[in-house]
Design a protein around this ligand. Sequence first.
Ligand SMILES: [Zn+2]
Length: 491
Amino acid sequence: MSQDYEVIIGLEVHVELKTASKLFCGCSTEFGADPNTHTCPVCLGMPGVLPVVNGEAVRMAVRSALALNCTVHPQSKFDRKQYFYPDLPKAYQISQYDQPLAEFGWVVIRPEGQEPRKISIRRIHVEEDAGKLNHLGQRLGDATGSLVDLNRAGVPLIEIVSEPDLRSAEEARLYLIELRASLSYLDVSDLRMEEGSMRCDANVSLRPRGYQGSLEDLPRVEIKNVNSIRNVQRGIDYEVMRQEQLMSQGERIVKETRGFDDAQGRTYSQRSKEEANDYRYFPEPDLPPLILEQGFIEQIKNSMPALPDAIREDLRARGIPAKDAEVLVLDREAYEYWLEAVALYPHERTVTNWMLSDLARLVNVRGESYRRATVGPSQLVGLLKLIDSGTLSGRMAKDVLEAMFETQQSPEAIVKEKGLSQITDEGAIGEVVRSVLQANPSVVDDYLSGKEKALAFLVGQVMKATRGQAKPDLVNRLLKESIARDYRAPC
Ligand SMILES: [Zn+2]
C-alpha cells in the first residue's frame, strides 16, 4: 500500500438465526431440504396474508446485540425494502431502516504486535432472508437457466453493520473472527460461511492522504457475498490493489457492487451500487412497531453466557499463556473440550499443551471437530494419568494417543494389548544396564575421561534394548551409579 492512500473498510455481516421456524411464518428453516418444500402463502408473498413476528428470532437478535455491546432500543420498527429480483417473491424484503433494533456496539480486535483496537458497530437490524437461485451451468455468465428455491425466503437474519473503522484486510479478518467467536457462545446461529449462515459484504474505499471530506463521500466499492473469511481478506486485498492502480492513473473509482472470483482471486463488476432511496423504504403496514419491555431485555442480559473477554481473563488467571488462550477462546468447541478435561484433571497447562499440539494435529488430520473427536476429554485425561503414574513416558503416550484415534480403544486397553507399559523396575533395568556396559568398554572409558556425550549413547543403547520402554531418568541414574561402582577411571 502506498503512502498516498489510506484503506477504509466497513463490513456488513448477515447472520442467519437458527430458529426452528421462519421470521414471519411457521415454515421450517431446516437447511438442505428439497427445493420449495418449506414454503407457505406468507413466505411466498401471496396477496392478503399477514406476517407475524417470531418471538424467538427477536430474543436471539437481542442476545446477539448485547454480546456485541450494543444498546438495544425498546422500540424499533419494520420497513419494506423494495427491489425486484427473482429470489424475492414479494418484490420487497421486510427489514428495519431508520429505527433498527440496536446501535452503538463494538468489537475489540488484537492485531499482532499492536495495541488492541475497538471497532465500532453502527447498527444491528432484523430482516428476512431472500430465496436462492440455482444457476444451471458453470457460471452465472453462461448459465442456461436458473431455478428458484424459496426454502430460505423468510429465514430470520440479523445484519451487523460496522463503522468504516477497519484499515486493512488483516483487520477485517480479525474483526470477523472476533465477531464470530462472540456469537458462537450464544447458540443463535451455525455461523457457517460456506453454507451461507454467515455472509459478509465488504465496503472498500481509498482515502487520499490529507482528504478532508466525509468518508461517506468517498467512492465506495462493495464486495458482495464472499463465502469464507479467507476470501474476504483476498477480495479486499485485490480491491485495494485495483483501486490504487486506477487512482494512480488518474482514473475515477466507480461506485459499484463487485463479486469475488475465488478461482482467479479477483473481484469483478456486477452492477452499479444502489443508494438507500433507490429502495423506496417505507414502514411495513402489516406489522406494529417492535416494542421490547425493559424486563425482557434485562432477563436476556442476566442469562448471557461467558463471552470471549471474560473467558480470556479466566484463562489468564489460570496460568494459560495468552497465545494458547487465544486458540481456545476463538474456537468454542475447543474451549468446551478443555473445560471438560480440566474438570477431570486439574493440571491446566498439561491439558492445554496436549490439546493444542498432538490432539489438535490428529483432530485436524482426521477432519474431526473437538465436539465429536474420537478421543474425548475423559479419554485424553486417562492417557495423561498413565503418564503421571509412570506407566507411560511422554514419548510412548504420543504413540498411544495415535492408536486411540485409530482403534477407538481406551489408553489402558492399548497399553495392555501392545505390552507397552514403561519399565520402572530397577532390577530389570539394572540388568540391561550391566550388559550394555559390558558390551561397550571403550564408550565407558570415553565417559570416564570426561566425554559427556558417551553417556547419551549408553542411555540410547539401554532404551533400544528395552524397546523404548525403560523410564529414561531411571536409566540415567542407574548408568551413572553402576559406572561409579564397577568401573574406575583409567590411570
Ligand atoms: Zn412460510
